[in-house]
Design a protein. Structure first.
Length: 43
């Protein structure tokens, strides 16, 4: 594997990691929002 391929793979991995972190943050916010909505319905 040459340097250009290695650099490209590192950039792809970095991008995928960034997207996964953002999705995890969004999922946490949605879960929190869902639990607050359920709490509000029960009252």
């Amino acid at each position: 594997m040459n340097e250009l391929e290695r650099t490209a793979l590192n950039e792809i991995l970095r991008t995928v990691t960034y997207i996964a972190e953002k999705l995890d943050e969004l999922d946490s916010k949605i879960s929190l929002s869902d639990s607050q909505a359920l709490e509000h319905q029960e009252n």
